[in-house]
Design a protein around this ligand. Structure first.
Ligand code: COA
Length: 376
């Protein structure tokens, strides 16, 4: 960052099925909560960035920048970002760039998605817009299918067992119990994960993040201060199709964005106290921990195995919010909600650094943010 930018307000709706609320209602709820949380009033916001992936397809609604702007009395300038499931973190990156450029001083970033209004077939097809329409879609793949292939390859290369993989969703569901905004708030015993219906072998229903509605908002400012400073913001990209990658068991964009973010923040992995990582599927969480550098290749599961932590590498808390698995994954809101949760975690633990890792597609866009608690 070329200047100090602070996170001065956060808000979100509960994630879940909101049959009775429109995109605009959800957006309004998160925006109002973020403004109420900030030491400003609505008129201090001089730009809005909206994050959304599927509005045209699932809600017949585009032009979400203007929609968000119409929620405020003075209608500030607004734009929308789209980067599939990474849309939210890319919106934050865009807002930070606008602040750094001097074009704005206080920006509202709001992510919203309403996915449950269409049939399961329609939403699966819509999400495949994040993959390669020439290479992946004609083969009939869905995202659970893509990550099923990845899980098979990972198990083949590293010997991960189905029983071990159960630990990931069991842990994230246990964490979600205490999150009032989580879509699912029940603890699920590990053995129940692989007993849930098969979705894309070896992945079962409880290995998958769900279909969700919800919105999350943050307010970023270089004029008003708070105890949470943005220490780094990095985006990295990869091929849309996994068929163009040299390996299925690592997402290089995660490694690249993480290395650059740590360099930007001038810290090391050992400084990170809290991590929210993109567990769209259980296998992704295992691979992400390795790509983020918190485990060696093939050993990510150790961070979920009680009493078997990799003593070589200091481990942060992982998805203490419940992650995408328990919280839900309204794709345009997820990257922003990770920042909302890490702000709460840093504030209550009084630790210094937290890292948000959000990716789109099978790691084709990866965004890493590092937050610093300046009270520490
Ligand atoms: N985790 C936990 N519970 C889930 C769930 C999930 N992922 N998905 C559904 N459920 C629950 C539902 O609440 C429902 O419970 P109920 O019967 O008590 O109401 C039950 O399981 C069946 O739900 P249903 O909506 O009929 O499931 P589905 O078969 O239509 O969809 C998936 C299940 C896994 C296929 C769907 O959630 C999915 O596609 N997830 C992946 C989304 C995705 O690809 N996102 C992008 C990532 S890159």
């Amino acid at each position: 960052m070329n200047q100090d930018i602070y996170l001065i307000g956060t808000g979100q709706t509960p994630f879940g099925e909101h049959w009775d609320k429109s995109l605009k209602n959800l957006m309004d709820e998160a925006v109002t909560a973020a403004i109420d949380d900030a030491p400003i009033n609505a008129l201090d916001i001089d730009f809005i960035v909206v994050s959304n992936m599927l509005g045209e397809r699932t809600n017949d609604q585009a032009h979400l920048g203007a929609m968000a702007s119409s929620l405020l009395p003075h209608r500030p300038p607004a734009l929308r970002t789209e980067a599939a499931c990474a849309s939210g973190s890319v919106a934050i990156h865009t807002a930070l760039s606008l602040l750094e450029s001097g074009r704005a001083e206080t920006i509202l970033v709001v992510g919203v998605e309403k996915m449950t209004d269409v049939s399961p077939d329609e939403i699966s097809a819509a999400l495949m817009g994040a993959a390669d329409s020439e290479k992946d879609i004609p083969s009939g793949l869905t995202f659970p299918g893509i990550f099923g292939l990845i899980a098979n390859r990972y198990m083949h290369e590293y010997g991960l067992t189905r029983e071990q993989l159960n630990l990931v969703s069991a842990c994230h569901h246990a964490n979600g119990v205490s999150n009032p905004n989580a879509q699912f708030r029940s603890a699920i015993p590990a053995e129940k994960i692989s007993q849930s219906p098969s979705v894309a072998d070896p992945l079962c229903l409880l290995d998958c993040s769900p279909i969700s509605d919800g919105a999350a908002a943050v307010i970023l400012s270089n004029k008003h201060e708070s105890h949470i400073r943005i220490a780094a913001s990095q985006i990295s990209t990869d091929t849309l199709s996994i068929t163009d990658r040299p390996t299925l068991t690592s997402f290089p964009a995660t490694k690249d964005a993480t290395d650059r973010a740590l360099e930007e923040a001038e810290i090391t992995r050992e400084d990170i106290a809290h991590l929210e990582t993109h567990d769209c599927f259980s296998i992704a969480a295992v691979i992400n921990l390795e790509d983020l550098g918190f485990a060696q290749p093939g050993t990510g599961i150790r961070l979920y195995e009680e009493g078997n932590r990799d003593s070589q590498i200091a481990a942060p808390t992982v998805n203490a919010s419940g992650g995408l698995k328990a919280c839900g994954h309204p794709v345009g809101a997820t990257g922003i909600k990770q920042i909302v949760d890490l702000t709460k975690q840093l504030t209550s633990s009084n630790k210094r650094y937290a890292l948000a890792h959000n990716f789109g597609g099978a790691g084709a866009t990866c965004c890493v943010h590092i937050l610093e608690n300046t009270n520490v």
